[in-house]
Design a protein around this ligand. Sequence first.
Ligand code: ATP
Length: 254
Amino acid sequence: MIKVTDLHKSFDDLDVLTGVNAEFEKGKTNLIIGQSGSGKTVFLKCLLGLLVPDSGSIEYNGKAYRHFSKDEKREISKQMGMVFQGGALFDSMTVEENVMFPLKMLTTMSKQEMKDRVEEVLDRVNLRETNHKLPSEISGGMQKRVSIARAIVNKPNFLFCDEPNSGLDPRTASVIDNLIQEITHENDITTVINTHDMNSVFEIGEKIIYLENGVKAWEGNKDNIYKTENKKLIDFVYASNLFQKVRVAQREGL
Ligand SMILES: Nc1ncnc2c1ncn2[C@@H]1O[C@H](COP(=O)(O)OP(=O)(O)OP(=O)(O)O)[C@@H](O)[C@H]1O
Protein backbone atom coordinates (compact mmCIF):
# COMPACT_ATOMS: atom_id res chain seq x y z
CA MET A 1 0.00 0.00 0.00
CA ILE A 2 1.22 3.50 -0.85
CA LYS A 3 -0.13 6.67 0.71
CA VAL A 4 0.74 10.06 -0.75
CA THR A 5 0.05 13.22 1.22
CA ASP A 6 0.25 16.79 -0.08
CA LEU A 7 3.01 16.05 -2.59
CA HIS A 8 4.68 19.00 -4.28
CA LYS A 9 7.25 19.01 -7.08
CA SER A 10 8.44 21.97 -9.17
CA PHE A 11 11.17 22.52 -11.73
CA ASP A 12 12.42 26.12 -11.50
CA ASP A 13 9.22 28.16 -11.87
CA LEU A 14 7.15 25.25 -13.26
CA ASP A 15 4.88 23.81 -10.56
CA VAL A 16 4.08 20.27 -11.70
CA LEU A 17 2.62 18.65 -8.56
CA THR A 18 0.91 21.13 -6.24
CA GLY A 19 -0.47 19.00 -3.41
CA VAL A 20 -1.35 15.49 -4.56
CA ASN A 21 -3.13 13.20 -2.09
CA ALA A 22 -3.70 9.58 -3.08
CA GLU A 23 -3.74 6.01 -1.83
CA PHE A 24 -2.81 3.02 -3.90
CA GLU A 25 -4.04 -0.32 -2.66
CA LYS A 26 -2.26 -3.64 -2.51
CA GLY A 27 -3.36 -6.30 -4.98
CA LYS A 28 -5.00 -3.75 -7.27
CA THR A 29 -4.25 -2.12 -10.60
CA ASN A 30 -4.20 1.60 -9.73
CA LEU A 31 -4.28 3.84 -12.80
CA ILE A 32 -3.12 7.44 -13.11
CA ILE A 33 -4.70 9.34 -15.96
CA GLY A 34 -4.43 12.95 -17.06
CA GLN A 35 -3.63 15.08 -20.07
CA SER A 36 -0.19 15.13 -21.57
CA GLY A 37 2.02 17.23 -19.34
CA SER A 38 -0.23 16.85 -16.27
CA GLY A 39 2.65 15.36 -14.31
CA LYS A 40 1.94 11.62 -14.42
CA THR A 41 5.53 10.63 -15.12
CA VAL A 42 6.90 13.08 -12.55
CA PHE A 43 4.50 11.59 -10.01
CA LEU A 44 5.52 8.02 -10.86
CA LYS A 45 9.20 8.97 -10.60
CA CYS A 46 8.54 10.41 -7.13
CA LEU A 47 6.88 7.12 -6.09
CA LEU A 48 9.89 5.23 -7.45
CA GLY A 49 12.37 7.44 -5.63
CA LEU A 50 13.90 8.64 -8.92
CA LEU A 51 12.80 12.22 -8.16
CA VAL A 52 12.87 13.85 -4.75
CA PRO A 53 9.64 15.74 -3.98
CA ASP A 54 9.93 19.32 -2.71
CA SER A 55 7.50 18.58 0.12
CA GLY A 56 4.81 16.16 1.21
CA SER A 57 5.10 12.54 2.15
CA ILE A 58 5.07 9.12 0.51
CA GLU A 59 4.38 6.16 2.80
CA TYR A 60 5.11 2.58 1.82
CA ASN A 61 3.19 0.07 3.92
CA GLY A 62 2.60 2.69 6.60
CA LYS A 63 6.06 4.25 6.92
CA ALA A 64 7.06 7.57 5.37
CA TYR A 65 10.05 7.39 3.03
CA ARG A 66 11.67 10.39 4.69
CA HIS A 67 11.84 8.40 7.94
CA PHE A 68 13.58 5.44 6.32
CA SER A 69 17.17 4.67 7.25
CA LYS A 70 19.72 4.24 4.44
CA ASP A 71 19.29 0.46 4.64
CA GLU A 72 15.50 0.75 4.55
CA LYS A 73 15.74 2.98 1.46
CA ARG A 74 17.92 0.38 -0.25
CA GLU A 75 15.53 -2.38 0.81
CA ILE A 76 12.38 -0.59 -0.43
CA SER A 77 13.99 0.14 -3.80
CA LYS A 78 14.69 -3.60 -4.16
CA GLN A 79 10.98 -4.19 -3.65
CA MET A 80 10.10 -2.02 -6.66
CA GLY A 81 9.73 -3.14 -10.27
CA MET A 82 9.39 -0.75 -13.19
CA VAL A 83 8.04 -1.17 -16.70
CA PHE A 84 9.43 1.86 -18.50
CA GLN A 85 7.71 3.68 -21.33
CA GLY A 86 8.98 2.06 -24.53
CA GLY A 87 10.31 -0.95 -22.63
CA ALA A 88 13.85 0.39 -22.11
CA LEU A 89 15.44 -2.98 -22.77
CA PHE A 90 19.20 -3.17 -23.22
CA ASP A 91 19.62 -3.54 -27.01
CA SER A 92 22.87 -5.45 -26.84
CA MET A 93 21.64 -7.99 -24.27
CA THR A 94 19.57 -11.06 -25.03
CA VAL A 95 16.09 -11.52 -23.57
CA GLU A 96 17.53 -13.78 -20.87
CA GLU A 97 20.30 -11.31 -20.00
CA ASN A 98 17.81 -8.42 -19.81
CA VAL A 99 15.56 -10.29 -17.39
CA MET A 100 18.50 -11.57 -15.35
CA PHE A 101 19.95 -8.08 -14.95
CA PRO A 102 18.08 -7.11 -11.71
CA LEU A 103 18.97 -10.45 -10.13
CA LYS A 104 22.66 -9.85 -10.86
CA MET A 105 22.45 -6.34 -9.45
CA LEU A 106 20.27 -6.97 -6.41
CA THR A 107 20.71 -10.56 -5.25
CA THR A 108 23.36 -13.10 -4.36
CA MET A 109 21.67 -15.91 -6.29
CA SER A 110 23.83 -18.50 -8.03
CA LYS A 111 23.94 -18.56 -11.83
CA GLN A 112 21.69 -21.61 -11.89
CA GLU A 113 19.16 -20.06 -9.46
CA MET A 114 19.06 -16.94 -11.64
CA LYS A 115 18.55 -19.01 -14.79
CA ASP A 116 15.72 -20.95 -13.14
CA ARG A 117 13.98 -17.78 -11.95
CA VAL A 118 14.35 -16.13 -15.38
CA GLU A 119 12.85 -19.25 -16.99
CA GLU A 120 9.96 -19.14 -14.52
CA VAL A 121 9.06 -15.49 -15.22
CA LEU A 122 9.51 -15.79 -18.98
CA ASP A 123 7.14 -18.73 -18.82
CA ARG A 124 4.70 -16.64 -16.75
CA VAL A 125 4.60 -13.89 -19.37
CA ASN A 126 4.15 -16.55 -22.06
CA LEU A 127 7.50 -16.04 -23.72
CA ARG A 128 9.19 -19.20 -24.81
CA GLU A 129 12.18 -19.91 -27.03
CA THR A 130 13.19 -16.26 -27.10
CA ASN A 131 15.88 -16.46 -24.38
CA HIS A 132 18.76 -16.02 -26.77
CA LYS A 133 17.18 -13.43 -29.03
CA LEU A 134 18.00 -9.73 -28.98
CA PRO A 135 15.17 -7.21 -28.39
CA SER A 136 15.44 -6.16 -32.05
CA GLU A 137 14.62 -9.74 -33.09
CA ILE A 138 11.23 -9.90 -31.32
CA SER A 139 7.95 -7.99 -31.76
CA GLY A 140 6.91 -4.88 -29.79
CA GLY A 141 4.38 -6.91 -27.79
CA MET A 142 7.06 -9.48 -26.93
CA GLN A 143 9.41 -6.68 -25.87
CA LYS A 144 6.73 -5.45 -23.45
CA ARG A 145 6.49 -8.97 -22.02
CA VAL A 146 10.27 -9.02 -21.53
CA SER A 147 10.01 -5.67 -19.81
CA ILE A 148 7.27 -7.01 -17.49
CA ALA A 149 9.33 -10.16 -16.81
CA ARG A 150 12.33 -8.00 -15.89
CA ALA A 151 10.15 -5.84 -13.61
CA ILE A 152 8.78 -8.83 -11.67
CA VAL A 153 11.83 -11.11 -11.66
CA ASN A 154 12.89 -10.01 -8.18
CA LYS A 155 9.35 -10.51 -6.78
CA PRO A 156 8.51 -6.84 -6.16
CA ASN A 157 5.85 -5.64 -3.73
CA PHE A 158 5.39 -2.48 -5.82
CA LEU A 159 5.11 -2.42 -9.61
CA PHE A 160 5.19 0.84 -11.58
CA CYS A 161 4.31 0.96 -15.26
CA ASP A 162 4.67 4.06 -17.44
CA GLU A 163 2.41 3.77 -20.48
CA PRO A 164 2.87 -0.01 -20.79
CA ASN A 165 0.64 -0.04 -23.89
CA SER A 166 2.29 2.66 -25.94
CA GLY A 167 2.91 1.61 -29.52
CA LEU A 168 0.85 -1.58 -29.37
CA ASP A 169 -2.22 -2.52 -31.40
CA PRO A 170 -5.48 -2.65 -29.35
CA ARG A 171 -5.58 -6.43 -29.05
CA THR A 172 -1.95 -6.74 -27.90
CA ALA A 173 -2.47 -3.76 -25.59
CA SER A 174 -5.39 -5.55 -23.97
CA VAL A 175 -3.37 -8.76 -23.53
CA ILE A 176 -0.59 -6.78 -21.83
CA ASP A 177 -3.13 -5.02 -19.56
CA ASN A 178 -4.64 -8.30 -18.50
CA LEU A 179 -1.23 -9.83 -17.91
CA ILE A 180 -0.26 -6.95 -15.60
CA GLN A 181 -3.56 -7.26 -13.76
CA GLU A 182 -3.24 -11.05 -13.33
CA ILE A 183 0.33 -10.71 -12.02
CA THR A 184 -0.86 -7.98 -9.62
CA HIS A 185 -3.61 -10.20 -8.22
CA GLU A 186 -1.52 -13.40 -8.09
CA ASN A 187 1.30 -11.75 -6.16
CA ASP A 188 -0.69 -9.18 -4.18
CA ILE A 189 1.42 -6.33 -5.60
CA THR A 190 0.63 -2.61 -5.30
CA THR A 191 0.62 -1.70 -8.99
CA VAL A 192 0.52 1.88 -10.29
CA ILE A 193 0.11 2.45 -14.02
CA ASN A 194 0.31 5.70 -16.00
CA THR A 195 -1.88 5.49 -19.04
CA HIS A 196 -3.45 7.43 -21.88
CA ASP A 197 -5.29 4.38 -23.06
CA MET A 198 -9.01 4.58 -22.34
CA ASN A 199 -9.42 0.90 -23.08
CA SER A 200 -7.11 0.25 -20.12
CA VAL A 201 -9.23 2.57 -17.97
CA PHE A 202 -12.38 0.59 -18.66
CA GLU A 203 -10.69 -2.80 -18.59
CA ILE A 204 -8.35 -2.78 -15.58
CA GLY A 205 -9.15 0.48 -13.73
CA GLU A 206 -9.71 -0.99 -10.28
CA LYS A 207 -8.72 2.41 -8.91
CA ILE A 208 -8.31 5.49 -11.06
CA ILE A 209 -6.72 8.82 -10.13
CA TYR A 210 -7.22 11.77 -12.47
CA LEU A 211 -4.48 14.41 -12.28
CA GLU A 212 -5.19 17.96 -13.35
CA ASN A 213 -3.32 21.19 -12.62
CA GLY A 214 -0.95 19.37 -10.28
CA VAL A 215 -3.58 17.81 -8.02
CA LYS A 216 -5.91 14.83 -7.93
CA ALA A 217 -9.09 16.19 -9.49
CA TRP A 218 -11.08 12.93 -9.31
CA GLU A 219 -10.77 9.38 -8.10
CA GLY A 220 -12.92 6.36 -8.67
CA ASN A 221 -12.93 3.16 -10.67
CA LYS A 222 -13.95 1.77 -14.04
CA ASP A 223 -17.49 1.17 -12.81
CA ASN A 224 -18.24 4.67 -11.59
CA ILE A 225 -16.24 6.78 -14.06
CA TYR A 226 -19.36 6.74 -16.23
CA LYS A 227 -21.24 8.67 -13.59
CA THR A 228 -18.70 11.44 -13.15
CA GLU A 229 -19.95 15.00 -13.42
CA ASN A 230 -16.39 16.38 -13.51
CA LYS A 231 -16.51 18.34 -16.77
CA LYS A 232 -12.79 18.15 -17.55
CA LEU A 233 -12.64 14.43 -16.80
CA ILE A 234 -15.62 13.87 -19.09
CA ASP A 235 -13.89 15.85 -21.85
CA PHE A 236 -10.69 13.89 -21.29
CA VAL A 237 -12.12 10.38 -21.06
CA TYR A 238 -14.85 10.80 -23.63
CA ALA A 239 -12.81 12.67 -26.19
CA SER A 240 -13.72 10.02 -28.74
CA ASN A 241 -17.24 9.54 -30.09
CA LEU A 242 -17.09 5.86 -29.24
CA PHE A 243 -16.68 6.54 -25.54
CA GLN A 244 -19.42 9.19 -25.64
CA LYS A 245 -21.73 6.44 -26.88
CA VAL A 246 -20.52 4.02 -24.18
CA ARG A 247 -21.17 6.69 -21.52
CA VAL A 248 -24.73 7.27 -22.71
CA ALA A 249 -25.38 3.52 -22.94
CA GLN A 250 -23.98 2.89 -19.46
CA ARG A 251 -25.95 5.72 -17.88
CA GLU A 252 -29.10 4.48 -19.49
CA GLY A 253 -28.38 0.97 -18.28
CA LEU A 254 -28.14 -0.50 -21.78
N1 ATP B 1 13.44 16.83 -15.18
C1 ATP B 1 12.59 17.81 -15.56
N2 ATP B 1 13.01 19.09 -15.62
C2 ATP B 1 12.18 20.09 -15.97
N3 ATP B 1 10.87 19.90 -16.30
C3 ATP B 1 10.41 18.64 -16.27
C4 ATP B 1 11.23 17.54 -15.88
N4 ATP B 1 10.48 16.41 -15.93
C5 ATP B 1 9.24 16.81 -16.32
N5 ATP B 1 9.20 18.13 -16.51
C6 ATP B 1 8.01 18.91 -16.90
O1 ATP B 1 6.96 18.56 -16.04
C7 ATP B 1 5.71 18.56 -16.76
C8 ATP B 1 5.00 17.25 -16.55
O2 ATP B 1 5.74 16.25 -17.25
P1 ATP B 1 5.33 14.71 -17.21
O3 ATP B 1 6.33 14.00 -18.08
O4 ATP B 1 5.20 14.26 -15.82
O5 ATP B 1 3.90 14.75 -17.91
P2 ATP B 1 2.98 13.51 -18.30
O6 ATP B 1 1.64 13.76 -17.69
O7 ATP B 1 3.66 12.23 -17.94
O8 ATP B 1 2.91 13.69 -19.86
P3 ATP B 1 2.77 12.57 -21.02
O9 ATP B 1 1.41 11.99 -20.83
O10 ATP B 1 2.87 13.38 -22.27
O11 ATP B 1 3.88 11.58 -20.86
C9 ATP B 1 6.04 18.86 -18.21
O12 ATP B 1 5.81 20.24 -18.45
C10 ATP B 1 7.52 18.56 -18.29
O13 ATP B 1 8.16 19.32 -19.29
